[in-house]
Design a protein around this ligand. Structure first.
Ligand SMILES: [Fe+2]
Ligand SMILES: [Fe+2]
Length: 335
């Protein structure tokens, strides 16, 4: 089998990745490339017990770059890796698309844990993974292009949160032309991911009929901004960036937003970024009360609304979502 068709069917398992597998029961079928016959053969079945001797043998195969899994088992593999995100930073065998998907799965799970139990433990686990994402983007800001290509269309508060983080992070890296501190990037990502955390206190039935809101529902939804802020206070989070995402993502340049009817000059950059990313991600998702907009339509709707959304950012959104491929060459990469 030629190298090319080998990598079409199989993904290599490096020693690092192998070490992250449960020792006795690998989560995926293992395949070994046999040099003599130039064929790949199944060596071990997923979830079945590996004897000590076979473990040593498998480690040897991995060290010699002869150990593989089927690409079609990628989903199982990705969800395994999403629990050990740090590995992404040391592996170079993944395509950026694969990495983006692993990040997506990881953050959807972390956010779900945190929304179910918004206390310090799950917050720290989430923040740790966010710092891995920040490091990944910081090393090559052009990678945000692949993050924005993995946003999901089916709506839930968790997918909306991850979508908004990916799109917002991309807008932020573009608008700052790659000139940001790694530590700020962590807060930017966390703020975007948590912008709607207060929504966990809004009853589900109100969210589902949000197309036909009565005043009482509207107040209940609008309260998610303050509810989110109080949750951050309880967790003693003081980052201005995180708090601005929460407080300002529904403010609009012309003062028509909520909760404080701020005008353009009183909304921070990250507040404006979060507003554009949030609105875009809401538009392109399916909801029970309306059809999703397709991506170009959503971009144009926002770009036309210059009274409410920062035009510099909506233009960048168009570059990002419509001309995607060009992004890489236009990015300023931090050395
Ligand atoms: Fe919101
Ligand atoms: Fe939102």
């Amino acid at each position: 089998m030629s190298g090319e068709s080998l990598s079409e069917t199989y993904l290599q398992i490096s020693p690092n990745i192998l070490e992250s597998f449960p020792k006795f029961r690998p989560p995926v079928d293992l395949y070994v490339f046999d040099m003599d016959t130039a064929q790949t053969k199944k060596y071990h079945k997923a979830e079945e017990r590996l004897s000590k001797d076979r473990q040593a043998e498998v480690a040897g195969f991995a060290a010699e770059s002869l150990l593989f899994l089927l690409r079609e088992d990628y989903r199982i593999y990705a969800s395994h890796l999403s629990k050990k995100l740090g590995l992404i930073l040391t592996e170079d065998d993944f395509t950026p698309q694969e990495v983006a998907q692993i990040f997506f799965i990881a953050f959807r799970d972390r956010v779900e844990d945190f929304f179910g139990n918004p206390t310090e433990g799950p917050f720290k686990a989430m923040a740790k993974d966010v710092s891995i994402l920040a490091e990944y983007v910081w090393a090559d800001p052009g990678r945000v292009e692949y993050l924005t290509a993995t946003i999901h269309k089916e709506y839930s508060l968790t997918t909306h949160s991850v979508n908004t983080m990916f799109v917002g992070l991309a807008l932020f890296t573009l608008v700052t032309a790659g000139k940001f501190r790694q530590a700020d990037l962590v807060d930017v990502a966390l703020g975007l991911l948590l912008h709607d955390v207060g929504m966990i206190q809004v009853p589900r039935f109100v969210l589902d009929r949000a197309g036909y809101l009565v005043q009482r529902d509207r107040t209940s939804i609008e309260n998610h901004v303050e509810a989110g802020e109080s949750m951050m206070m309880r967790l003693r989070i003081q980052s201005q960036i995180i708090l601005d995402c929460m407080r300002q993502h529904h403010e609009r340049l012309d003062g028509s937003g909520y909760p404080n009817r701020r005008f353009k000059k009183d909304i921070s950059l990250i507040g404006k970024v979060c507003a554009v990313a949030d609105s875009f991600c809401a538009m392109v998702c399916e909801r029970p009360f309306r059809e999703p907009k397709d991506i170009p339509k959503a971009v144009v709707t926002l770009a036309k609304d210059t009274a409410k959304y920062e035009p510099v950012l909506t233009k960048l959104l168009a570059v990002l979502m419509i001309q995607g491929g060009k992004l890489r060459t236009e990015m300023t990469v931090v050395e």
